[in-house]
Ligand binder design. Structure first.
Ligand SMILES: [Zn+2]
Length: 430
């Protein structure tokens, strides 16, 4: 199959941008030319059938990569399956996702890693890169066989959902994973400080009467991770940064030249803990939504490059599970199908340029994971075509995810993926 994308504005971080035509032949990008040039080529009669995509008024980017999703399979297929999660991904403009290992069983063996890759392949939608667990069963007790997991296809290691509390265990993991040239992703949380907290500690929690989680529960573990990074010299990626103190700690670590990278999620730069009063358990996640001061610090961290990546922490749960009383409801919200418009809001607000935003959703996560990313000649065609202007309302019916636990239901969102192309195949198109 051949595809010609014409008339769009190519935003290709660090390379070329401007109006370009892109020709895809048999899954590979074979030509990138000034806008209109390829469209005007006389068709070679009878030799090929080229699918034309008119991208006039649209933005054409490398395929978006979400490095933090919970696809729930195996074990929690009532929340999401690899197939439904991949449908949500491509509908949201993502051509690749990194799947967290807190499934049941946990992804701590090559068999589970291979199963996830196999399920993703048969779904035939987004690419799925599994992250393996750091410790067996996420128990914090003994390290996984990182080499075997890497050989099976794991691209990073994390106990996401749980911290690795032992300093020695985390240092050993950093050293072992560093030798494989892969990255540890840290779920930074001091469990004794988080205690039985259900939301951000502060006036809103006081008013609602729910136990609070202090900022230090995150930021002190971020400080510990940075210290271990310095000690071992190994790469460390900090997941879902939510506090001003964490942003500042990461900023200082980067200034000292440490190989630390970090991500935040759209809800942390969009909402504050005030959302809990409005949206209840659909605004419950871990780490929790924080104060306005934290939200501003997250935006500043994105703007100055402290926060490299925007990832969704897509965490589907059923309606019944989220109907529980607030402290007992599970943590997390869906994110794959709202991330792009919420993130485009950062451009509208002047926090990021469009090119920097696209970098944080494509080449930056790709390089943290060490997976193919970016758009260029001779590369597999993973491409997202975005209409930045179209507005639509988020509804449970509009989601392809099995779940719709999102505080953004009912929001008027601006911008969406009009088409998503993976390996030269159109896997989503409006
Ligand atoms: Zn986490």
């Amino acid at each position: 199959m051949q595809i010609l994308i014409h008339g769009g504005q190519l935003i290709n971080p660090g390379r070329i941008d401007g109006f370009r035509d892109i020709f895809i032949d048999n899954g590979i990008i074979t030509q990138i030319a000034p806008g209109g040039e390829l469209l005007d080529l006389p068709a070679e009669a009878g030799e090929r059938t080229t699918r034309l995509i008119n991208a006039t008024g649209k933005i054409v980017t490398p395929g978006l990569i979400d490095m933090h999703v919970h696809l729930r399979e195996p074990g929690f297929e009532h929340k999401e399956t690899i197939a439904s999660g991949c449908r949500a991904a491509v509908a949201g403009g993502f051509t690749a996702v990194c799947a967290m290992p807190n499934t049941q069983p946990v992804n701590d063996t090559p068999e589970i890693t291979q199963l996830m890759i196999e399920k993703a392949r048969s779904a035939g939608l987004a690419r799925v890169y599994p992250a393996g667990a750091i410790t067996r069963g996420l128990s914090g007790q003994s390290l996984c066989d990182f080499g075997a997991l890497q050989a099976a296809g794991a691209v990073a290691f994390t106990d996401d959902g749980c911290p690795v509390e032992s300093d020695d265990m985390m240092a050993a993991a950093l050293e072992a994973v560093g030798q494989l040239d892969l990255t540890i992703i840290s779920h930074s949380e001091m469990m004794d400080l988080a205690g039985d907290g259900a939301m951000n500690r502060g006036p809103v929690a006081d008013r609602l009467g729910w136990p609070g989680i202090p900022n230090s529960a995150e930021s002190l573990m971020v400080e510990r991770e940075i210290a271990l990074c310095e000690k071992t010299g190994a790469r460390m990626h900090i997941a879902h940064v939510s506090t001003a103190e964490s942003v500042e700690a990461i900023r200082r670590a980067k200034q000292r030249g440490l190989p630390v990278t970090a991500e935040t999620a759209p809800h942390y730069f969009t909402l504050t803990d005030a959302a809990v009063e409005k949206y209840g358990t659909n605004a419950k996640m871990n780490p929790p939504l924080r104060s306005e001061k934290d939200r501003e610090a997250i935006r500043e961290g994105l703007s100055d490059g402290t926060l490299d990546v925007i990832a969704t922490d897509h965490a589907p749960h059923s309606v019944e599970e989220k109907a529980a009383v607030f402290p007992r409801a599970p943590n997390g919200i869906t994110g794959l199908e709202t991330a792009l418009p919420l993130s485009l809001g950062l451009v509208a607000d002047g926090v990021l340029t469009l090119e920097t935003l696209i970098a944080k959703m494509t080449v930056n996560p790709g390089s943290v994971l060490g997976v193919p990313c970016g758009l260029g000649l001779g590369r597999p065609a993973d491409i997202t075509i975005i209409d930045p202007e179209v507005e639509n309302t988020a509804t449970p019916e509009s989601f392809h995810s099995k779940s719709s636990n999102s505080p953004f239901i009912g929001w008027q969102l601006k911008g969406r993926a009009e088409a998503t192309i993976v390996d030269g195949r159109i896997v989503h198109e409006l």
